[in-house]
Design a protein around this ligand. Structure first.
Ligand code: GUN
Ligand code: ZN
Length: 426
């Protein structure tokens, strides 16, 4: 906080620093001073000087990059933990009724504030977020993100068919609103816009075509959607688009599968789909707690030759915690015969996400001149993790201990653009 600044405008944090190299190899640098400039960027890492006083003494804690959640729905904060027979039932019984209430801007403002508050409490500093079909739901989230200097990517959900009243778009208005929102929010500070066709079953040909036209007109804007999450959903897409080779091919026909586009789930895809994702430089948002909670299936880590990053998918996902997401990814991979090292899991929830999505406005790690988005993790706030941490004989063991036993109690601070966001500043 500005009140903490020393005369040179630098705040110093002291602790062990978790870093990743360009290939995602994890490394801990013990007892470092991390300097943060008043403008919100990191200075160089260095050893402490003899007798040096620092503003934040976090010895015995891990100073780590802020987590990036590449797929979440802020209007669904109150839907978490709502059981249903599967995705389509869950959408109809819980999710659409909840999102209908966002017609009231006050509901959107309250949800946006609580949603970003939860993200920060769990150590997430950036996210790609779905809003509702109401344009003002984007304004509510973006304003809250801006207030906290968070790098947030978000967009109005496009859905002009198979949706209930209040969420059903007028096609032309929805496309006009999307362009207006791009003009208002894209590249404003650390905010970016995402063109967000909800999923093929709720978008007409005209809406997907219009979304792709806008995407071509604004090359830096993100495209995000859902694909191949659930078998009944896929059968529905096949009946709606019988001529297309696959679900992903529907989006591709319109030109939506493009570099840095984000595709939620990608569970039931085939070799051609995988090759398409790879060739286009598109990114799969892997949502393991959601895939388990809704019984959607298992992402196939063994065949993921394309870029992928981890995501909560709140509220289909059951937790805001990156530790829970990483653990669920680990368990999913294990059941599919793949062993993911803890550093790999961490990397796919931090720097890899920023790198593959081209998000230079996000935290990419703790390195000089990058955005100072980071978390201070204290393994000693619960006795079980404290002991397991002390017994760990390698970095892998320490990171696994955090992944398996860690939660929001271990996030001592979340810092965004150099400013302490949790505990909430006065
Ligand atoms: N497919 C279309 N909408 C949604 C949603 O809100 N959540 C999930 N998990 N899948 C979807
Ligand atoms: Zn989703």
């Amino acid at each position: 906080m500005l009140g903490d600044l020393d005369p040179e405008g630098v705040i110093r944090w002291r602790g062990d620093v978790l870093r990743f190299d360009a290939t995602g190899q994890a490394q801990v640098l013990c007892d470092q001073v991390v300097e943060v400039h008043a403008g919100g960027s990191f200075g160089p890492l260095r050893a402490p000087k003899a007798g040096e006083r620092v503003e934040h003494d976090c010895r015995n804690c891990l100073i780590a990059p802020g987590f990036i959640d590449v797929h979440a729905h802020y209007p669904q904060i109150d839907v978490i933990g709502s059981p249903a027979a599967g995705l389509l039932e869950w959408l109809e019984q819980h999710t659409f009724p909840c999102e209908q209430r966002f017609e009231d801007p006050a509901v959107a403002q309250d949800a946006a504030r609580r949603f970003l508050g939860e993200m920060l409490r769990h150590g997430v500093t950036s996210a790609a977020v779905y809003c509702t079909a109401h344009p003002h739901s984007v304004d509510a989230l973006m304003l809250e993100a801006e207030r906290r200097a968070m790098a947030v990517i978000a967009g109005k959900s496009l859905q002009d068919r198979n949706s209930p009243p209040g969420l059903l778009d007028d096609t032309e208005n929805s496309l006009r609103d999307t362009e207006t929102l791009i003009g208002r929010w894209h590249n404003r500070g650390r905010l970016r816009y995402a063109i967000t066709p909800r999923f093929a079953p709720t978008c007409s040909d005209r809406q997907l075509h219009g979304a792709a036209e806008i995407a071509r007109a604004y090359p830096g804007v993100v495209v995000q959607s859902h694909v191949a999450e659930n078998l009944r959903e896929i059968a529905w897409v096949r009946s709606l688009y019988p001529k297309d080779r696959s679900y992903l091919a529907v989006y591709d026909r319109f030109g939506l599968v493009r570099p840095h586009s984000i595709w939620g789930h990608c569970i039931h895809i085939d070799a051609e789909d995988r090759a398409l994702l790879e060739a286009q430089g598109a990114v799969a948002a892997v949502c393991p707690t959601s895939n388990a909670f809704l019984g959607s299936g298992r992402f196939d880590f063994a065949q993921a030759g394309f870029a992928w990053a981890l995501a909560s998918d709140v509220g289909g996902g059951s937790s805001f915690s990156p530790f829970r997401t990483m653990l669920a990814a680990y368990e999913t991979a294990r059941l599919g015969g793949v062993y993911l090292r803890p550093g790999t899991l961490w990397w796919h929830h931090t720097g890899a996400a920023a790198q593959w999505l081209g998000w230079e406005h996000c935290a990419s790690g703790i390195a000089a001149s990058g955005w100072a988005d980071f978390v201070v993790l204290d393994p000693c706030t619960t006795p079980l993790l404290e002991r397991r941490w002390q017994l760990a004989e390698s970095l892998d063991e320490q990171l696994f201990a955090l992944i398996v036993l860690g939660d929001d109690r271990h996030v001592r601070h979340t810092v965004v653009a150099g400013r302490v966001q949790t505990p909430t500043p006065p």
